[in-house]
Design a protein around this ligand. Structure first.
Ligand code: MRU
Length: 309
């Protein structure tokens, strides 16, 4: 299963807003379709957004749109995951957008397999691993970063149990990570977001492995709620790992200078179709948070495990 595919001059995407109930696809015929798909999270997860954006540039090229203009518009679709900017810039600098996008597509799979290989070294037989959000195949072209580490350890025959938190408000943990694990018969349990601290205090979690949207000096940005998990892990001495490709690094920047995306308040006001607060309630809905480096045990990359910046 691939999260995205270039098929008959169109970008085919798994519609992640429909999972886990329906595995359906949407087709992007224009670069504006790709922008919409990124904005409404039909495709999401830093590496998947990056590769989708690269194919968005390919579509813009085919439509005869000025690539500098298309690049600006695509980059404005979601502000936080650096892979989006990295991918668009890479296509801009290339001689052939399609060849470059296909290369990035193939590299993404290779990279994740290597993250899985290095990451599996930190997983012991019998571990229970907590993950937050979805840094799986669905967040990449295939295989995944954090879930790639888990897949790799599982494929080596290690007996592991996975715990996914729900990841309010969009439910990527409950909807997507649980689904991915069940598809491969990897033992998985779902917990409410608010339960991970308690589980760590009870020694029910051996390690935390999550993905990243941006890594820079001072820390790591990942899905909102990651910071709370990291704080609890530090308090209860649970090793806390981030798994991410080198394309997620911004070595020149300070992590605290990054724009954190603020999403529509209705994501919080509603649970599915059900409103859970008085009408018109004011909401704060940041999509990501920043984990300071001192809370992070190590960063698993395709070239090995490193210390946070
Ligand atoms: O808002 P999302 O679903 O795009 O956020 C995704 C995450 O935060 C992932 O953990 C991150 O992109 C890493 S994916 C390998």
């Amino acid at each position: 299963m691939k999260t995205l595919e270039w098929e008959n001059n169109k970008l085919k995407l798994i519609d992640q807003t429909k999972l886990p109930d329906e595995l359906t696809y949407v087709y992007c015929n224009t670069y504006q379709d790709v922008i919409q798909a990124i904005k409404n999270m039909t495709v999401r997860g830093a590496p998947a957004i990056g590769v989708a954006a690269a194919f968005g540039m390919v579509l813009a090229d085919k439509e005869g749109v000025d690539l500098e203009i298309a690049a600006k518009e695509i980059k404005a679709s979601r502000p936080t995951a650096i892979n989006l900017f990295w991918a668009v810039n890479r296509v801009l600098k290339s001689d052939n957008p399609l060849t470059e996008a296909i290369q990035m597509y193939n590299e993404d799979i290779e990279t994740n397999l290597n993250i899985g290989k290095y990451g599996s070294e930190i997983i012991d037989d019998g571990d229970t691993i907590l993950t937050h959000c979805n840094a799986g195949a669905l967040a990449c072209v295939d295989y995944g970063t954090a879930l790639g580490v888990i897949r790799s350890a599982h494929n080596q025959g290690k007996k592991i149990d996975v715990i996914c938190d729900e990841t309010r408000p969009r439910g990527q943990g409950a909807r997507l990570s649980v689904w991915e694990m069940q598809e491969e018969n990897i033992p998985v349990k779902l917990i409410p977001d608010v339960a991970s601290g308690y589980l760590m205090s009870q020694k029910m979690i051996d390690k935390v492995v999550i993905g990243a949207d941006r890594i820079a000096n001072g820390g790591v940005i990942n899905k909102i709620g990651s910071l709370m998990v990291a704080l609890a892990a530090k308090r209860f001495n649970v090793p806390f790992y981030v798994a991410a490709p080198l394309s997620t690094f911004d070595k020149e920047a300070n992590i605290f200078d990054t724009t954190i995306e603020e999403r529509d308040g209705d994501e919080v006001r509603y649970y599915g179709k059900c409103r859970i607060c008085p009408k018109g309630t004011e909401v704060i809905n940041p999509a990501f948070d920043i984990i300071p480096s001192d809370l992070i045990t190590g960063i698993i990359t395709e070239e090995g495990i490193i210390k946070p910046l």
